[in-house]
Design a protein around this ligand. Structure first.
Ligand code: ATP
Ligand code: MG
Length: 276
């Protein structure tokens, strides 16, 4: 426990970041997101035309640790606090794209990415697009019980237009998923390539009010995350208690030196009531 916390502290120190999100610690005041943004009217309700609408089954979401964003469950509260801090830092810089990083596989990146996107979209002032750019082990679709016909793997391989790969989960207003259908070889080259840039800028310009969250492979086991990092404005680093080695975490933060880190999440914390 102390080991990882110390490593996270060290990571912050090295990056000269302010105190970061450890949502389970209970030392973060949950501010209404409205206070963190310029006062403005809520966006009008979205009518999905080309975006495909699907109905995720409640038991699939529950099994896959997707929280009900408005509930009073500990995990939902933790993700609302994470949302608040991430938004605060992103708004301060006018950033709208964020990638979720972690040192190794199974640290909890996808779980964090989905729940953060769900929580962001649940705030009526924000809409969110969750992009699965983990072409080593794409799991966003299966975690919500979706079998996409076309996905981000098709879009980045020039087989599909972005707008044909977007899905809206019913019941999650203002949330759009851009899931991957299948893994890809040569994914780091694709992620660093011109089509990837085109997609990133299309997502930004098509949805000016949206926060775009990218789920990526682990930083230390493939070069995909580092290849893509220059295309996002900021990152969130996930570490997993009992799994993440301190040296791996420090190395991860060092490798991401040019990407501003707006928060850290200690997943599977034993002292967290929720386990997040
Ligand atoms: N806090 C937690 N407690 C228990 N299980 C968890 C927790 N967070 C995630 N898991 C489970 O651990 C597994 C890995 O989580 P997740 O897919 O989010 O990790 P990941 O970092 O995206 O992995 P990969 O690098 O393989 O994509 C999943 O089965 C998920 O349900
Ligand atoms: Mg994942």
């Amino acid at each position: 426990m102390d080991r990882i916390r110390k490593a996270l502290d060290l990571a912050r120190l090295e990056r000269s970041q302010p105190s970061e999100v450890e949502s389970h610690e209970g030392n973060v005041r949950e501010l209404p997101a409205e206070l963190l943004t310029k006062p403005r009217a809520a966006p009008p309700p979205i009518t999905y035309t080309r975006t495909k609408v699907f109905s995720p089954a409640a038991e699939v979401l529950e099994r896959n640790r997707i929280v009900n964003p408005g509930s009073r469950e500990e995990a939902a509260v933790a993700f609302r606090m994470l949302r608040t801090q991430v938004l605060q830092r992103m708004n301060a810089h006018g950033w709208r794209s964020l990638a979720v990083f972690s040192p190794c596989a199974e640290d909890g990146k996808t779980t964090t990415a989905i729940n953060l996107a769900v929580s962001l979209a649940n705030d009526h002032l924000h809409t969110a697009v969750l992009v699965d750019f983990d072409f080593k082990h794409p799991t966003v679709a299966s975690r919500v019980g979706l079998a996409p016909v076309l996905g981000s793997d098709d879009a980045i391989s020039h087989r599909a237009a972005v707008e044909d790969c977007l899905y809206h989960p019913e019941g999650f207003d203002r949330l759009v998923l851009f899931p991957a259908r299948a893994p890809l070889s040569h994914s780091s080259e694709l992620l660093a390539g011109p089509r990837s840039r085109e997609i990133v800028s299309e997502l930004r310009s098509r949805y000016p009010d949206r926060i775009i969250i990218y789920d990526l492979p682990p930083v230390l086991t493939a070069d995909d995350a580092l290849a893509f990092a220059p295309l996002v404005e900021c990152g969130l680093v996930v570490a997993s208690e009992g799994r993440t080695r301190r040296d791996d975490l420090v190395r991860t933060v060092e490798l991401l030196e040019k990407t501003p880190i707006v928060g850290t999440v200690l997943n599977r914390a034993v002292d967290a009531v929720s386990g997040y």
